[in-house]
Ligand binder design. Sequence first.
Ligand SMILES: Cc1cc2nc3c(=O)[nH]c(=O)nc-3n(C[C@H](O)[C@H](O)[C@H](O)COP(=O)(O)OP(=O)(O)OC[C@H]3O[C@@H](n4cnc5c(N)ncnc54)[C@H](O)[C@@H]3O)c2cc1C
Length: 404
Amino acid sequence: MYDWSEEHQAIIQVMRRFVDEEIRPHLDDLEHNGMPPFDIIRKLYATFGLKEMAQENFKRQLERKISGEEAPRTSRGSDPAAQLISTIELCRVSPGLVTSMGVSTGLAGGTINKLGTPAQMERWGLDLVTFDKVGSWAISEPDSGSDALGGMRTSAKRDGDGYILNGSKTWITNGPYADTIVLYAKLDDGSGEDIRNRKVLTFVLDKGMPGLVQAKPMNKMGQHGSPTGEVFLSDVYVGKDRLLGETEDPKGGGRSSAKDNFVSERAGTAAMALGIIEECCKLAVDYAKTRKQWGTPIGEYQLVQQKLANMEVARVNVRNMVFMHIERSGAGVVPTFAEASAMKLYAAQAACQVADDAIQIFGGNGYIAEYRVEQLCRDARVLRIYAGTDELQIIAIAKDLIRN
Ligand SMILES: Cc1cc2nc3c(=O)[nH]c(=O)nc-3n(C[C@H](O)[C@H](O)[C@H](O)COP(=O)(O)OP(=O)(O)OC[C@H]3O[C@@H](n4cnc5c(N)ncnc54)[C@H](O)[C@@H]3O)c2cc1C
C-alpha cells in the first residue's frame, strides 16, 4: 500500500464533511469551555453506522468466547484502514476527542471484552463499544506512572466472596464522567508478599458505587477535548462478578492484559500523530504562500522552506509507518513490542516538532488560538507522555531487541 484506495478516499471525504459540520463549530467550546466530547462522538457513531458495526463485532466476539475459540490477534481479512482514517481525520481538529473515544471503546471496552466472562461482556462491554456508555481505563497512580504495575499501591483485599478496594488513580481519561471504570489493583492476601510482586487484578466499577469518587476534570496543557481526572477508592466493596474473568489467575496474568493494550495503543498513537502532522503541514504551506514580508511570500525564504521541508519529511515517514501498519495488520502480522514502541516514539516526537515548526512559520499568529496550530502543538505534546513516555519507549525498544 502506497496510497489510500478510492474507497478510502471516499471515507476521507465524508469524514472531512462530518468534521467541518459537527466538530469545527464546537472547537472553541471543547477547547475553552469544558464541553465534554461525548455527544459529538455519539453523533459520529450514528452518522457512520459505527454502533451497528460495533454490535456485529461484539456478537462475533461473544460467540467466540462462548465456544472457547481463540480471538484473532489482528484484523486479518478486514480493512484496518477504516478505523485509522477516522483517527487521522479527527486528530486534524481534535486529538482530545480521539483520546476519549479510544480509551472508552478500545481500552475500557476492549479489555472487558477480551478478559471478561460472557456475562461481563454483556453487562458492560457492549455498551462501551457502541459508545452508549463512557468508559475509563485506570492504571496510573500519583506515585506510579511509568512503573505502573510494580509501583501500584491500590489494593484489593478479599472479603467473603468479594473484595474491598482502597487507593487512588490519577490522569484518568474520561475519569470525571465515566459510567464504567476498568480498574487495576494489587491483591493484598495478607501473606506479606512484597507489594511489587503481588498479583494485579482487574475490576469493573460503575459510577455511583459507595466509596468511589470521580473528581472534576483537571486543568491541563492540551487535549481539552478529553476530560482527565482523579479517581478515589475508599472501602469500595466489589463482588466477584466485578473481577474480570471472575478469576485471580487470568491467562497470562493480570499484568499481561495491561501490556497487550500497550501494543495497540502505541500503534494507534502513530495515526494520531499523522493527523496532527498533516493538518500542520497543510496550514503552514497555505500560510507560507500567502503571508508576505518585504513584499515577498514568506515561503520564498530559505529558512522557512527548510522548516517546510523538514515537516514534509516527517509527514512522509509517519505516513509510511501507518501504511505499513495497515498492510501488515491486514495480513495478520502483529507488530513486535519494539516495533510498536518505535512507531510511537518517532511519530510522537515528529508531531511535536512539526507542530512547533508550524507555530514558528505562523509567527505571532501561531501563538493565537484562532489559527489552530497552537492547539495542535499543545495537543501533540502528550503523545510523548501517555501510553508510555519517550524514555520508556526507548527502554522497551532496546529490551525487546536484546531479549528476542
Ligand atoms: C492527558 C493524559 C491522559 C492520560 N490518560 C490515562 C488513562 O486514561 N489511564 C491511565 O491509567 N493513565 C493515563 N495517563 C497517565 C500516563 O500514562 C502517565 O502520565 C505516563 O505513563 C507517565 O507516568 P508519570 O506521569 O508518572 O511519569 P513518571 O513515570 O514519573 O516519569 C517522569 C519522567 O521520568 C522519566 N522516567 C521514569 N522512569 C524512567 C526510567 N526507568 N528511565 C528513564 N527515564 C525514566 C519519564 O520518562 C519521564 O520523563 C494519562 C496522562 C495524561 C497526561
